[in-house]
Design a protein around this ligand. Structure first.
Ligand SMILES: NC(=O)c1ccc[n+]([C@@H]2O[C@H](COP(=O)([O-])OP(=O)(O)OC[C@H]3O[C@@H](n4cnc5c(N)ncnc54)[C@H](OP(=O)(O)O)[C@@H]3O)[C@@H](O)[C@H]2O)c1
Length: 235
């Protein structure tokens, strides 16, 4: 059956996170805590290279100031040879519109997209006016993830990698919008209540007794990679 012509095809949504054994994405200090090992960072680089777009929440941008690039030149060359952009589209979302123009996110890689509210969009557009290859999209009174996925689908994004932080992962899972989770469990105990968690409290589909389908468990050095299909329940 074909889709209704006005219904955009939403991208496949892959959530990717590295967390400590006790469920934290970072510690509470201002320095970013490196949870993964070199082999696992390379696995993430490959995942990025396979995606059309990478999304992160704005707190992660403000706190970690990441570049969110495909680092391996051979992977970038393969993307270009295959007719894709050298880098995946970089996407962020912010209700406040408080995204400084000097973040590395804006000045590295290729095209960038920021979703915000209709009210915050004009000021953010003005703040980012001098930043190349950047578009600000205002999506009504709040940024609904379903609408964001519809818009990305209309732009031809078929595979979206969501790299956090916890607030963003929580919403995709609670709204039943994630197709896959790739969770790298690193052998660290953070133990700080103020540190950000992989997911925050939420009403997840099916409640606390529902078992998600495990797709894979494998070691990457001292990290354990777990892959789940959150839309599917275990037998
Ligand atoms: N280990 C890992 O794999 C990993 C990966 C990424 C991040 N992290 C860590 O995660 C931490 C940050 O996580 P976090 O949960 O605090 O924040 P976050 O998810 O990175 O960002 C939250 C912010 O994103 C915006 N946002 C989220 N959902 C929105 C929506 N539906 N509509 C509009 N705006 C929305 C809001 O921005 P405004 O405040 O601008 O309104 C919100 O305050 C950092 O410490 C970072 O190091 C770890």
């Amino acid at each position: 059956m074909g889709q209704h012509p006005t219904t955009p095809q939403r991208p496949y949504v892959l959530l990717s996170a590295a967390m400590s054994i006790d469920g934290y994405l970072d510690d509470a200090s201002t320095e970013r805590l490196l949870l993964s090992n070199a082999a696992d960072f390379d696995r993430v680089d490959e995942l990025r290279a396979d995606c059309d777009a990478i999304l992160v929440g704005s707190t992660t941008l403000r706190r970690d100031n990441p570049r969110l690039l495909v680092n391996d030149p051979a992977r970038r060359a393969a993307r270009t040879l295959g007719g894709r952009s050298e880098y995946p589209l970089k996407v962020t979302l912010s209700a406040s519109g408080g995204l400084p123009a000097d973040l590395r996110f804006w000045h590295t890689g290729g095209a960038k997209l920021a979703y915000t509210t209709a009210a915050a969009a004009p000021a953010l557009r003005a703040a980012l006016a001098a930043v190349a290859q950047t578009e600000v999209v205002g999506l009504g009174d709040t940024v609904r993830l379903g609408e964001l996925l519809d818009d990305l689908g209309r732009r031809g994004v078929r595979r979206l990698m969501v790299e956090g932080g916890g607030s963003v992962h929580t919403q995709f899972l609670a709204e039943g919008l994630a197709d896959e989770v790739q969770l790298a469990v690193a052998p660290l105990l953070v133990g700080q209540a103020a540190a950000p968690r992989f997911v925050n409290p939420a009403d997840f589909p099916g409640g606390s007794a529902r078992r998600l389908r495990l797709l894979e468990a494998r070691t990457v050095g001292d990290v354990v990679l777990l892959r789940y299909a959150p839309k599917e329940s275990a037998e």
